[in-house]
Design a binder for this molecule. Structure first.
Ligand SMILES: *[C@@H]1O[C@H](CO)[C@@H](O)[C@H](O)[C@H]1NC(C)=O
Ligand SMILES: *[C@@H]1O[C@H](CO)[C@@H](O)[C@H](O)[C@H]1NC(C)=O
Ligand SMILES: *[C@@H]1O[C@H](CO)[C@@H](O)[C@H](O)[C@H]1NC(C)=O
Ligand SMILES: *[C@@H]1O[C@H](CO)[C@@H](O)[C@H](O)[C@H]1NC(C)=O
Length: 574
């Protein structure tokens, strides 16, 4: 009894909200904020627009600072201000005992900075490596570029930095790291930025001034790595730039150690040593801000998305928006990244299991099992009153289930004027992405469940008393069941392809105990970066310089696919 009354109450309050929304004056309805939070029609047949970027905003915001997704999709589309808390360590590998007097690169894990340690090439009696450890003495202001934004590749990872510095993508600057860091730091001075955060094998912070906001913890002369020593090229002493091709001369072991450190930050919440403020995020997937990119992306897969198509007008709009972002103090207080992960957690594994169940030859019993899988995903939304009636068409009886499923997590936020008033533009974009993604998941899942109900697969009976009702499964026979399950499989596959969550990118077979599942990452896209390959007959020092530089060498294409690699010696097969 109590359940019945409760569900009636829910329907009532939901209807009230709808009525309130409908009664709003037209001026409110057409205001930008309101427009950005409406969800349009409720119809099981209407899927998101082909040009919608909600799934891309949802996934990229939910994946910020996570190594796995940002290795899979190297071409970042988000720029987010953040702070490095007091007490955080930063590491810098170098070849002399001198604190840099110009902008330089620091790592968050010493595994990465160690790759850049060298001995002083001008002093033959000094063979130790120099490793500087710094600590933040106040919160450091940084700007984060998502994607594999430290991968020196021409295929897109550097695009968003190029837009910041040059207003356009500059392929001729791919390897010009010195100019890049100097320009970024010059640009950031206006906003009092201390540095820029990027990702390659692991995360790094380009630090603009080694005397501001940091103190030296230690500056050690450390033991050179034996392998690294052996493999380093004496004819090519490292210059002052620590951003030499990373891994140059480093042993396989060290390369594996840095890959390992990067993988510590694979899954949500990822690298947590920088606190990002997504209320001030700028996303190139924002189609209101950057309409020119809609044309540029049309017909492309996500791997191919670039910022080269950004027209001058949109590039100007970017500069305006980024200034706004550094000026604003607003924000609703909603924890957006957690909210996104609530949705991901609720559906990631269940959709995967559903896909697995749908991939088996169907019997009525099996179809009922699939129906139970669908039903149990939806229990909080299946109203007691939801059941087909003899005169219902197009699953209209299931629409309230669809609406509750799609709106529960965002309804309070999107219908409370005092919160809407506080939302930044970035938050409106994120809210809309969560709404649209939830809506699409629920359209597909509730749609299949409702069909299953009408086919008699559920514990809710079909409206079999009506002459016009759908045929029940019992009358259908196994060929028909297989046909329906094939359709459901297609619908599930399409949904998962649209969502394209990186938690689903896994190694096909479980890796052995001495292995780990790995996504090829720059600069190891085609094996160890510095392959000391005896079969090549070439000594390290003889390899032509430009053949060793990623970005020039053909290291560009290829969608990173997960594979098992060894995590203990002997290290082969990255
Ligand atoms: C060379 O290195 C040795 C050992 O670290 C040191 O004592 C010496 O002062 C260095 N020479 C110069 C010219 O820096
Ligand atoms: C999607 O974008 C392309 C390119 O801008 C445009 O031609 C097309 O009409 C758009 N389609 C929809 C459904 O908005
Ligand atoms: C579906 O089954 C086939 C054959 O058993 C298998 O090769 C394929 O990987 C399966 N697909 C999924 C998504 O489980
Ligand atoms: C049901 O769907 C069909 C096909 O989309 C449409 O033509 C029809 O008008 C719909 N009926 C109702 C009552 O909405």
């Amino acid at each position: 009894m109590r359940f019945v009354r409760w569900s009636k109450l829910m329907v009532l309050s939901f209807t009230r909200i709808t009525q309130v929304l409908l009664q709003m004056p037209m001026a409110t309805l057409s205001s930008p904020i309101f427009k950005s939070t409406t969800l349009g029609e409720w119809d099981f047949d209407i899927s998101p627009s082909l040009n919608s970027t909600s799934h891309l905003v949802f996934d990229s915001v939910g994946s910020l600072m996570q190594h796995w997704t940002n290795t899979r999709y190297r071409n970042g589309h988000n720029i987010v201000p953040g702070t490095v808390p007091i007490g955080t360590l930063l590491y810098h590998g170098t070849y002399k005992q001198e604190v840099p007097t110009e902008p330089e690169w620091t790592a968050l894990d010493p595994e990465l900075s160690y790759l850049f340690c060298r001995s002083d090439p001008t002093n033959s009696s000094a063979s130790g490596y120099w490793h500087l450890t710094l600590v933040a003495t106040r919160p450091l202001k940084v700007l984060y570029f998502d994607g594999s934004s430290a991968a020196k590749m021409q295929s897109g990872p550097l695009d968003s930095q190029d837009i910041v510095i040059w207003g356009e993508v500059r392929l001729d600057r791919t390897l010009d790291e010195r100019k890049r860091i100097n320009k970024l730091c010059d640009w950031g001075r206006e906003f009092e930025l201390d540095g820029f955060m990027r990702m390659e094998m692991d995360f790094e912070i380009m630090l603009c001034d080694f005397t501001r906001g940091v103190e030296i913890v230690s500056f050690l002369n450390i033991q050179p790595d034996e392998d690294k020593w052996l493999h380093s090229a004496p004819s090519n002493p490292p210059g002052p730039e620590p951003e030499l091709p990373p891994g140059d001369g480093a042993s396989y072991t060290l390369q594996h150690r840095v890959i390992e450190a990067g993988m510590w930050h694979n899954a949500f919440p990822g690298e947590t040593r920088v606190n990002l403020d997504v209320t001030r995020l700028v996303s190139f997937y924002d189609t209101d801000l950057f309409p020119s990119l809609t044309d540029a992306r049309f017909g492309q897969e996500r791997w191919e998305h670039r910022l080269q198509g950004l027209v001058a007008l949109d590039s100007k709009r970017f500069q305006t928006r980024i200034r706004e972002v550094f000026g604003q103090e607003l924000g609703s207080g909603v924890d957006w990244r957690t909210l996104i992960h609530v949705v991901v957690d609720r559906y990631a594994e269940r959709l995967e299991v559903l896909q697995y169940l749908l991939n088996t030859t169907s019997t009525t019993e099996h179809a009922k099992k699939i129906q139970r899988q669908l039903r149990t995903m939806l229990v909080p939304y299946i109203l007691h009153t939801a059941a087909p009636t003899p005169d219902s068409t197009n699953y209209s009886w299931a629409l309230p289930v669809y609406e509750h499923c799609a709106t529960t997590h965002t309804r309070y936020i999107s219908s409370t004027p005092s919160i809407l008033a506080k939302l930044t533009k970035s938050e409106s974009l994120i809210l809309r992405s969560i709404q649209e993604v939830s809506k699409e998941i629920c359209r597909v899942v509730v749609g299949m469940w409702a069909e299953g109900v009408e086919l008699g697969l559920d514990i809710i009976p079909p409206a079999s008393t009506s002459p016009s009702s759908s045929t029940s499964i019992l009358e259908l026979g196994s060929t028909a069941i297989t046909g329906i399950m094939d359709q459901w499989q297609k619908r599930t596959q399409d949904l998962m392809a649209w969502l394209d969550w990186s938690v689903w990118a896994k190694c096909n077979t479980a890796c052995g105990h001495e292995e780990v599942c790995y996504l090829p990452t720059w600069p190891f896209l085609h094996g160890p970066y510095w392959p000391h390959d005896p079969s090549s007959g070439l000594d390290v020092g003889q390899v032509p310089m430009d053949a060793r530089l990623p970005g020039i060498e053909d290291r560009e294409e290829g969608r990173p696919q997960p594979k098992c690699i060894r995590r203990v010696e002997p290290f082969t097969g990255i």
